[in-house]
Design a protein around this ligand. Structure first.
Ligand code: NAP
Length: 278
């Protein structure tokens, strides 16, 4: 896979450079990387026409990205810097893969392992799974490897004692949905400060609505997805933003690999992007 990956071309970058990247990763990323303190960051790949998920496609992200090596490299880098990866049951139902750097970019697993070691992090990020219903496949490999499951009282009743022994179950208040702020507070209280959300549009919508999402990494794949009525979704579901308010975001970096674009958006800004909004 490394053979098919050239260094990303940096078109613009004013992100921090405080992450001890091994040389090979720094070269392939086209320079430094880092965060300004504890961060909740999401990563998505979307089509040119703004589609991240198609209900008619079982695993839409690889279908949209075309299994791009550059996209998989960025996913691996983002996972390597995370204390925890957050997913919803909707995303877990779509894949049997664990949310680790080595699973998404095996050819560089020793470099990513070195990075985690330098960051003082364990081999893999902690998986945080959100399910209100508790209707999950308890034999999923990522659960068998040990995960933290956040659910409602009803979800916990359904799960009973069926989770693998390495999992921790937390019941949060809320009948049909747990409160995202309380969920994130619980995650952070466990010392997990750098949290990557690989959840789908449903949870991402709630994170944005609650004002919790600090950064967004967005890959634009050079493909049109289309989709029938109600089939395709963009990266936020179930949340109304415009025209009630504007959620402007600061552009932090732009990278390119062939016709793929890798965008990084940071904190909220004023409309002209020159400073933080009130
Ligand atoms: N293109 C990309 O980069 C990308 C990235 C991520 C995901 N995806 C795709 O997006 C699709 C999944 O979308 P999605 O929006 O359904 O995924 P999701 O947000 O990861 O999961 C939704 C599920 O999470 C649980 N949930 C949501 N809010 C909750 C709350 N407040 N409290 C407790 N549990 C809560 C519910 O599970 P229960 O039903 O168990 O209650 C809900 O059905 C998949 O096809 C996936 O592959 C694409």
């Amino acid at each position: 896979m490394i053979a098919s990956l050239n260094p990303l071309e940096v078109l613009f970058d004013h992100g921090p450079d405080n992450c001890p990247l091994p040389e090979q990763i720094r070269t392939l990323y086209g320079g430094g990387f880092g965060f300004n303190g504890p961060t909740l960051y999401a990563n998505f790949v979307q089509s040119i026409d703004g589609v991240v998920s198609l209900s008619s496609v079982r695993s839409p992200a690889p279908a949209i990205s075309g299994h791009s090596a550059a996209d998989r490299f960025v996913m691996a880098l983002l996972r390597s810097c995370a204390d925890a990866v957050l997913v919803g049951a909707g995303t877990m139902r779509d894949t049997a893969e664990p949310w680790t750097a080595s699973s998404v970019f095996p050819a560089l697993s020793s470099s990513f392992a070195r990075l985690r070691n330098k960051l003082g992090k364990p081999a893999d990020p902690q998986l945080i799974l959100l399910t209100a219903s508790g209707k999950i496949n308890v034999n999923h490999p990522a659960l068998r490897a040990g995960a933290t499951v956040l659910t409602t009282a009803a979800g916990a009743r359904r799960l009973g004692s069926s989770l693998p022994s390495g999992c921790r179950l937390h019941v949060l208040s809320g009948e049909h949905a747990i409160d995202m702020t309380k969920a994130l507070d619980l995650v952070r209280s466990q010392g997990l400060q750098y949290v990557l959300s690989e959840a789908g549009p449903n949870i991402t919508g709630q994170l944005v609505q609650a004002g919790l999402l600090d950064e967004l990494f967005l890959t634009i794949a050079p493909v049109l997805a289309g989709g029938g009525k109600g089939d395709a979704s963009g990266l936020l579901e179930g949340v109304r933003i415009l025209p009630d308010r504007r959620e402007s975001r600061e552009l932090v970096s732009i990278r390119r690999s062939g016709s793929y674009l890798f965008l990084r958006y940071g904190s909220r800004t004023t409309e002209d992007g020159r400073g933080p909004s009130a």
